[in-house]
Design a protein around this ligand. Structure first.
Ligand code: ZN
Ligand code: ZN
Length: 273
């Protein structure tokens, strides 16, 4: 039995983290993890604080260094690309320049609306905001360069901050949500279960079991788990809960990646939690 791989972690190569990559890898090993993906922010959205912050050459030096000193840990090189469908001209050469293992595609902005803040809903009802979010997510899913969709129900973060909601019933939006998930499945891409909502006061990991089930019903097979840690102490956080949700949605295994290809599967029977 091993601890499931954390496929969403940030280090000091992200503008909003000062975590040393070495400390992040050490934290993974201490939990009994055998594999981790370091997925620092890559953003081109002019309004985003992380825009232009990522330095691939320095990141790669550190990846190579950590791979040398942590031989017992498989370290996957990754990035979390914000709105990759809008910045193809910048994202494509960045990804081509190095042998990345996994790319998370995340929607942090719906136009000029920040999905991570309460003002996302300015002038919108809850339902209008949710529809707007999933319209943008559908476009990212269809047109973006990514392997796994990051925190696919991130609108919950804004809903928690604006309306104090810890859960969202997406049934009124089911067609829109399913359409986005079907696109992910048809393109052979995956969805992550992100545990950071819990640490940020937003309730359960996301997406919800309801949404994970829809993903499976729409043909989705690829699921990963990520803490979205910005500090070493959060690596692998709340993975038992995330695993329970993956199981409840009917999945039996987690996906692993290498060089942006599906590398293999880890049965849920083989992991702790
Ligand atoms: Zn994100
Ligand atoms: Zn992240």
């Amino acid at each position: 039995m091993s601890y499931p791989a954390d496929y969403h972690t940030h280090t000091r190569f992200s503008c909003d983290s000062d975590a040393a990559m070495e400390a992040t890898c050490r934290a993974a090993l201490q939990l009994g993890m055998r594999e981790i993906a370091i997925t620092d922010h890559v953003d081109f959205e002019p309004l985003d604080a992380c825009r232009g912050y990522f330095r691939p050459e320095l990141y790669w030096e550190e990846i190579e260094h950590c791979r040398e000193i942590f031989g017992q840990l498989t370290i996957r090189a990754g990035v979390e690309c914000g709105e990759p469908h809008l910045y193809r001209a910048q994202v494509t050469p960045l990804l081509a320049a190095h042998a990345y293992d996994v790319v998370l595609g995340s929607l942090h902005w719906a136009g000029s609306r920040p999905v991570f803040r309460a003002d996302f809903f300015d002038g919108l009802t809850l339902d209008e905001g949710i529809d707007l979010y999933f319209d943008h997510l559908g476009r990212l899913a269809a047109e973006g360069e990514y392997d796994v969709l990051g925190h696919a129900d991130y609108v919950r973060r804004a809903a928690a901050r604006c309306f104090g909601l810890r859960e969202l019933d997406l049934r009124p939006h089911e067609d829109r949500v399913r359409r986005a998930l079907r696109t992910v499945a048809e393109r052979g891409k995956g969805v992550e279960v992100n545990t950071s909502y819990r640490r940020k006061g937003g309730g359960e990991p996301g997406p919800s079991v309801q949404m994970l089930r829809w993903f499976r019903e729409e043909g989705g097979e690829i699921v990963t788990i990520g803490s979205d840690s910005h500090a070493p102490g959060d690596v692998g956080a709340d993975f038992a809960r995330a695993l329970a949700m993956v199981r409840a949605a009917g999945f039996e295994r987690l996906a692993t990646f290498a060089r942006r290809q599906l590398k293999g599967w880890v049965s849920l029977d083989q992991v702790q939690g």
